[in-house]
Design a protein around this ligand. Structure first.
Ligand code: PEP
Ligand code: MN
Length: 337
């Protein structure tokens, strides 16, 4: 259930509601929007519903939330969330351009990519140190050595970075380096990992599971949010369908659908959805036009030698051209890159 306060409710009115909730053993999460305060409640539904909330001073209405997710829903917070990643912002009119290699392979490779994407206007660097590979014999990432290189690149080029975490046991390690921690498609329903990420201080990017519905995805985001971490960014990266001409089918409808259901920012990954270099630019344009809050692309200084995902990586020059298009489209969409 959520309690929507009137726009003229006072601090005392809100505190009084919170006191009554704590008396009935319910957990309350307060969202202070620009227009009104909303209180989300987790706890014994019958005890909470028994109280005559509409008779409380400052309460406009008490609304049962029928959706299984609560705090990430628009009912709980009508304003768009803005997530801060170092100096970059995502959501609520701020657009993120995230780019870099799929995996950190070496200092030279990472620095060449970081310099190029920074010069072209990227706001966040990507590059993974732990890779989820289909084959256990494929390159698995450099581990902590990769995180150290990413931190050095941040210093050198002034770009915050996003990196994937695979294992709940690595959350503290990754959190001590990263500006934004990513959950990949294969781990979207790893609920213990999600809860762990909800209890650490870094913002989280949650990719959509390749077989997940939008509702399952928002429930996964709720796992993070519920633990106290409100800085969650969603990333549509394509879903598995019968179509074989792309690696995954980019579900562009998910962008406006999520925007209607949730206040969280949503970005698009055209690289892992299309799976081919030629598709990156058209899918990025579509993402901006659909109202996404950003995009994330694989950029590699020499895709033919890439240890991971070379066929979908674009070259630095192609990224610079893409950024020109993105800036033009973003202006038309009234968002700030
Ligand atoms: C990635 O972004 O490098 C990645 C592994 O993506 P996904 O989890 O979407 O496959
Ligand atoms: Mn990849």
């Amino acid at each position: 259930m959520i309690i929507v306060m009137r726009s003229d409710a006072t601090r005392e009115d809100v505190d009084h509601v919170l006191e009554r909730l704590s008396e009935v053993g319910a957990e309350a999460h307060v969202s202070e929007g620009s227009r009104r305060t909303v209180i989300g409640i987790v706890g014994d539904r019958t005890r909470v519903q028994q109280l005559p909330w509409e008779a409380f001073s400052g309460v406009e209405r008490a609304v049962p939330v029928l959706k299984p997710f609560k705090f990430v829903s628009r009912d709980f917070q009508s304003d768009d969330s803005i997530v801060e990643v170092g100096p970059a912002k995502i959501g609520g009119g701020y657009f993120a351009a995230i780019a870099g290699p799929c995996a950190v392979e070496s200092r030279d490779q990472l620095f060449a990519a970081a310099e190029a994407v920074k010069n072209a206007g990227a706001t966040i660097l990507r590059g993974d140190a732990f890779k989820p590979r289909t084959s256990p014999y494929a390159f698995q990432g450099l581990g902590e050595a990769g995180l150290i290189l990413l931190a050095e690149a941040r210093e050198e080029f002034g770009l915050p970075f996003v990196v994937e975490v695979l294992d709940p046991r690595d959350v503290d390690l990754v959190s001590s380096y990263a500006d934004l921690i990513r959950v990949g498609t294969r781990n979207m329903a790893n609920f213990s990992l999600l809860s762990e990420l909800g209890r650490q201080p870094r913002p989280v990017m949650l990719k959509r599971g390749f077989t997940a519905t939008v509702e399952e995805w928002l429930n996964a985001a709720e796992y993070v949010y519920k633990e106290g971490n409100q800085d969650v960014v969603l990333c549509e990266r394509g879903i598995r369908t019968f179509e074989t001409s792309t690696r995954n089918t980019l579900d562009i409808s998910a962008v406006p659908i999520v925007k209607g259901l949730s206040h969280l920012p949503i970005i698009v990954d055209p690289s892992h959805s299309g799976g081919r270099r030629q598709l990156v630019a058209p899918l990025t344009r579509v993402a901006v036009a659909a109202g996404a809050d950003g995009f994330m692309v694989d950029v590699h200084p020499s895709p033919e030698t890439a240890l991971v995902d070379g066929p979908q990586a674009i070259l630095p020059g192609e990224f610079a051209d893409l950024m020109d298009e993105v800036r033009a489209l973003a202006a038309a969409m009234h968002v700030q890159v």
